[in-house]
Design a binder for this molecule. Structure first.
Ligand SMILES: Cc1ncc(COP(=O)(O)O)c(C=O)c1O
Length: 347
């Protein structure tokens, strides 16, 4: 979208544009052909994230969707079953990638605000037989997008990992926004990652890089994922320019996410003051989901009115609107968004 006026863009934390300093890091990155394993910046990023998460290896990928696909596809065989929470990103927004391209069966359980418990999962585990697919993978998402950026409780994650181990099952963690959970809870990225066999993490969301995600796991899994990535057309060449942005983001943009969380809480307090709007989920990180009373306005009319007032948000299912705070939204912008919200209904 080309903006003739500056919108306060709360549609997603993916809309950020690289800062000047990030662009400088990209422009001066040492690069090589990554398919030959020659890109020093990519290699350094992969080694750094593997070590940060205390796993053996990592693979830089173009998107979170590819990271999730590779994680699940490396842990499950075609015909296996994957247990997931019904509202998770893999189930809802990845064009059925693991089902369509890898032929796994998804068994979606209803979570409580995005969270399945180990006790809830256990009776659904299937042992492979002549008739049944075997449950091979359990998926978790932290933070949970459709549950309004909810942080997966760490103790529950540990219980799910222990359950999986008892049953010889692997765990994939969609950690697109794992850094948001980490800054809020102070649980280390490595401790979160210990609850999973494969972890995907995005640089292109709250971390503010323009492109890129990473899959982290054992050396063996990452070697297989590298081959599968090539099959999907994800073998890229001088990707050091992108890895440099990711490295910059790791250095400079993790701690500042606390500001986004503060801004999201403030934004939610404004939303609560608008007749016809209410906050659907407690705001824990950078995502605000509002319930829209369609007797007052339809979601489309609400979004149009906000846009007229310089604020962009997205529909988020029937009677819902989502707003996300990020690097390109300041505390002042949130005050202005609050003003726009307060003026709704006024011509
Ligand atoms: C929780 C979660 N996982 C995965 C993804 C996929 O990331 P990408 O858009 O880079 O494919 C997203 C994107 O918003 C997400 O919110």
């Amino acid at each position: 979208m080309s903006h003739t006026r500056r919108f306060i863009d709360l549609r997603s934390d993916t809309v950020t544009r690289p800062t000047e300093a990030m662009r400088r890091a990209m422009a001066t990155a040492d690069v090589g052909d990554d398919v030959f394993g020659d890109d020093p910046t990519v290699n350094a990023l992969e080694a750094r994230v593997a070590s940060l998460l205390k796993k053996e290896a990592a693979l830089f990928v173009p998107s979170g969707t590819m990271g999730n696909f590779l994680g699940v596809a490396c842990l499950a065989e075609t015909g296996d079953e994957v247990i997931l929470e019904r509202q998770c990103h893999v189930m809802n927004y990845e064009v059925s990638s693991v089902a369509a391209l890898h032929g796994v069966q998804l068994n979606a359980l209803d979570g409580d605000r995005g969270v399945m418990t180990a006790a809830q999962i256990e009776p659904h585990i299937k042992v492979q037989s002549l008739h049944t697919p075997g449950t091979r993978v359990i998926g978790m998402e932290n933070t949970h997008n459709r549950a309004g950026g909810r942080i997966y409780p760490f103790d529950e994650m540990k219980r799910i990992k222990a359950l999986a181990e008892r049953h010889g099952i692997r765990v994939h963690l969609d950690g697109a926004r794992l850094c948001n959970a980490h800054v809020e809870t102070n649980v280390s990225l490595a401790d979160y990652a210990a609850c999973a066999d494969t972890v995907s993490m995005c640089f292109s969301k709250g971390l503010g890089a323009p492109i890129g995600s990473i899959l982290v796991s054992t050396q063996d899994v990452v070697t297989r994922a590298r081959r599968l990535r090539k099959r999907l057309g994800g073998g890229m060449r001088q990707t050091g320019v992108l890895a440099a942005a990711a490295r910059y983001a790791l250095d400079h943009h993790i701690e500042r996410m606390r500001d986004d969380h503060k801004n999201a809480k403030r934004l939610a307090s404004f939303v609560e003051q608008v007749r016809g709007l209410s906050i659907l989920f407690p705001v824990e990180t950078n995502i605000v989901v509002a319930r829209v009373d369609e007797a007052v306005f339809t979601v489309d009319a609400l979004l149009a009115q906000l846009k007229e007032r310089g604020v962009l948000a997205v529909p988020f299912g029937a009677g819902r609107m989502r707003m996300v705070t990020h690097l390109d939204v300041s505390a002042d912008d949130i005050e202005r968004a609050g003003e726009a919200l307060r003026s709704l209904g006024r011509a």
